[in-house]
Design a protein around this ligand. Structure first.
Ligand code: SF4
Length: 366
């Protein structure tokens, strides 16, 4: 298959591993931002094939994992209302809130529906005028444009019974929060190729300049991932800290201007709490005032909720690259994909789920 097979070529993978091995003269800690990249590294066993000096730590780029508990509890409070049809991407249904999840609401008679696009929520709103339809708008800069487009369309069509519970987050402020932390271990980033396909990488030179860490825009296939690692290691070994694009077939410096325009028309930067990490200033997106009629939090007056995380869950440390899932006492016993205590064990992009699925009992290279 064109654009896939050539990026999974075993000979190229072996060659790249050899090149990385030749470059490495001392230990380095690299963080892949995206949960999809984490799963790809583990799925293909690349984390175990890298030279011992390269340690991969796994970033906060799993949208389900970083959606704060308060937003999950607000979703649960709204979804229990008899006048509401609550729509969401499927991953969110199993994410535990303080006391239950959206599946529990559905099992107890709530109208909670999985959708694959926010446009489905619009269709449901149009065909169910007697109901309030709510869409759970979560994710990074990848899902923000289609969700913004849905709000725009709802406004243009005069749909009054649709609202969105917004919990969007942005990558660059999270990278800065990690680099600013006293416990930071990250020496180079592999930036998420799909986020950069939307946003470009014009936001990153300021970060490399300020923190002196290389940032390499990286794709998702084995060859892409290793090209990203090689570029990062070359920079580290040479004492450089630059932005490099190792995913040129999908990413440009400016990114997708149309998608960015739609996103910026509907959303504006806001302070946002990240699950397990805490408040990161200007790290989220919220509805602009001219779209606040579509704000589910205002429509249903959910207000501030008191939340309760599992005291066993160390997701915050995992999402910042400080610890790895096998270092969590609950990993694989009290916390499994069948019975998750924290969001990183739920999501298809979650680090804990990846370690469990691919049987990483020990810390690779650690
Ligand atoms: S294994 Fe479970 S409890 Fe431990 S950090 Fe991961 S999600 Fe949280």
């Amino acid at each position: 298959m064109k654009y896939v097979d050539e990026y999974r070529d075993p000979a190229k993978v072996r060659g790249l591993l050899g090149e990385i091995d030749e470059q490495v003269t001392r230990p380095w800690v690299l963080m892949e931002i995206c949960g999809g990249q984490t799963h790809a590294f583990l799925h293909h066993g690349l984390d175990e094939m890298l030279p011992g000096g390269i340690e991969l730590v796994h970033g906060p780029g799993c949208p389900v994992c970083v959606t704060p508990l308060e937003q999950i509890d607000k979703a649960l409070a709204i979804a229990t209302r008899p006048d509401v049809i609550f729509t969401s991407y499927g991953d969110m249904l199993r994410v535990p809130g303080s006391t239950m999840d959206l599946f529990n609401i559905r099992a107890n008679g709530g109208d909670v529906r999985v959708v694959y696009s926010p446009l489905e929520a619009i269709r449901i709103a149009e065909t169910s005028p007697e109901k309030q339809v709510v869409f759970f708008a979560i994710g990074f800069e990848t899902t923000a444009p289609p969700n913004a487009m849905a709000v725009l369309q709802a406004k243009q069509r005069g749909i009054k019974n649709l609202s969105v519970l917004v919990s969007h987050v942005c990558v660059p402020p999270a990278m800065e929060a990690i680099l600013s932390s006293k416990t930071n271990r990250v020496q180079a980033f592999l930036a998420a190729g799909h986020v950069c396909a939307v946003m470009g990488y014009h936001e990153y030179p300021a970060i490399t300049e300020k923190y002196k860490v290389p940032i390499v825009v990286t794709g998702f296939e084995p060859v892409d991932l290793l090209v990203g690692v090689l570029a990062a290691v070359r920079q580290l070994e040479a004492g450089k800290a630059e932005v490099q694009n190792a995913y040129e077939r999908a990413v440009t410096f400016e990114g997708n201007q149309t998608a960015q325009n739609v996103m910026n028309t509907v959303f504006q930067p806001v302070d946002r709490k990240w699950r397990g990490i805490g408040m990161i200033p200007q790290s989220g997106l919220g509805l602009r005032p001219e779209f606040e009629a579509f704000d589910a939090e205002k429509r249903f007056s959910v207000g501030e909720l008191v939340t309760q995380e599992s005291p066993l869950c160390i997701a915050g440390e995992i999402l910042q690259g400080i610890k790895k899932p096998p270092q969590c006492a609950a990993y694989g016993n009290q916390c499994t994909p069948q019975s998750p205590l924290g969001a990183p064990m739920v999501s298809a992009e979650g680090t804990c789920a990846a370690y469990y699925r691919y049987h990483r009992e020990l810390v690779p290279n650690g």
